[in-house]
Design a protein around this ligand. Structure first.
Ligand code: NAD
Ligand code: LMR
Length: 329
């Protein structure tokens, strides 16, 4: 093994998502079979004992790629020199709560962590926010880290993307590998817009092939938009293994590149593409080459899609205004 370890920070490391995520990272699912990793794990003080137990389990896997594990409750220490940061730690939504209820509770976490990344992370750091409300938490972290280029802050809508792919594959009776060019636009919330008008099934337009606007509007969209709530209702707690999987896939594609001839959904700082207001972090179709993402340009947006994208963007603007008045950005 000749590669120097990549330093990967993960927050909320004793929580549900990380109980899956950390083992995926350490086993090589994130950066491939030749890249050692150093895990740097952040928790709040009362959770450090539980985290020690998780570290014992990481040790007991004897992962060849795991060079070391460092844990702590101080972001200034844990984020020292990190190349990749996965910010998962936040209070999850419980039954009946909307994501907006979490803005105040979780916003403060991301001001402190944005500042700590600004002061201590490596120059090439990439930061992915999974903790909810993910898009606006990413905005808070980004705005509190003025020395890190804004485009290094992403939020997770890959889980929504994967959910949408799975629903379409089931409807069409094809393997998920046949479904490409999926786009989730907007916020990781019930206003998100999974767009079937550019999606392809076996290379053919998905909306045309399915040819069932009632299914798209009355079944597909609400199923994907409310999937998080459905899982909370069924499991009694929010999605964990699938969220960990999506977190790995987003960061892996951001580092190693998106599949040839396809794109993925990533929440990135808007540059005004598709009329999405600059200054928010919104989901777009993206490709990645050499570690840099680009928003796919030139897709035609019809009136139906326009209204859906605008509604989700309006929610993100409201969230941004709310955290501005809370003094978080
Ligand atoms: P969890 O409650 O099991 O774990 C969260 C952990 O974060 C806890 O161990 C807690 O101690 C820790 N934490 C809290 N404040 C922290 C801080 N300041 N620094 C470091 N750690 C801190 O929750 P979970 O199920 O792992 O979910 C984590 C977050 O991910 C939630 O906000 C959840 O809503 C969100 N989530 C997002 C998506 C998505 O697609 N974007 C999907 C699922 C869950
Ligand atoms: C999800 O989409 O599963 C998570 O964001 C949990 C939630 O609060 O919906």
């Amino acid at each position: 093994m000749t590669n120097a370890p990549v330093k990967v920070a993960v927050t909320g490391a004793a929580g549900q998502i990380c109980y899956s995520l950390l083992f995926r990272i350490a086993s090589g699912s994130l950066l491939g079979p030749d890249q050692p990793v150093e895990l740097r794990l952040l928790e709040i003080t009362p959770a450090l004992k539980a985290l020690e137990g998780v570290v014992m389990e990481l040790d007991d896997c004897a992962f060849p790629l795991l060079s070391s594990v460092h844990i702590g409750d101080d972001p200034n220490d844990v984020f020292e020199g990190v190349n990749l940061a996965m910010l998962v730690g936040a209070r999850p939504r419980s039954k009946g709560m909307e994501r907006s209820d979490l803005l105040e509770a979780n916003g403060a976490i991301f001001t402190a962590q944005g500042k700590a990344l600004n002061d201590h992370a490596a120059d090439d750091v990439k930061v992915l926010i999974t903790g909810n409300p993910a898009n606006t938490n990413a905005l808070i972290a980004m705005r509190n880290a003025p020395d890190i280029p804004a485009e290094r802050f992403n939020a997770l809508t890959r889980l929504d993307h994967n959910r949408a792919v799975a629903q379409v594959a089931a409807k069409a009776g094809v393997p998920v590998t046949e479904v490409t060019h999926m786009t989730v636009w907007g916020n990781h919330s019930a206003t998100q817009y999974p767009d079937l008008f550019h999606t392809e099934i076996g290379g053919r337009n998905a909306a045309e092939l399915i040819d069932d606007q009632a299914w798209i509007e009355n079944e597909f969209l609400p199923t994907v938009q409310k999937r998080g709530a459905a899982i909370i209702e069924a499991r009694g707690s929010s999605s964990a293994a699938s969220a960990a999987n999506a977190t790995v896939e987003h960061m892996r594609d951001w580092v190693l590149g998106t599949p040839e001839g396809d794109w993925v959904s990533m929440s990135v700082p808007s540059d005004g593409s598709y009329g999405v207001q600059e200054g928010i972090i919104s989901s777009f179709p993206c490709t990645v080459t050499d570690g840099e993402y680009s928003i796919v340009q030139g897709l035609e947006i019809d009136d139906f899609s326009r209204a859906k994208i605008d509604a989700s963007v309006a929610e993100l603007v409201e969230e941004r205004d709310a955290v501005t008045s809370l003094g978080l950005i």
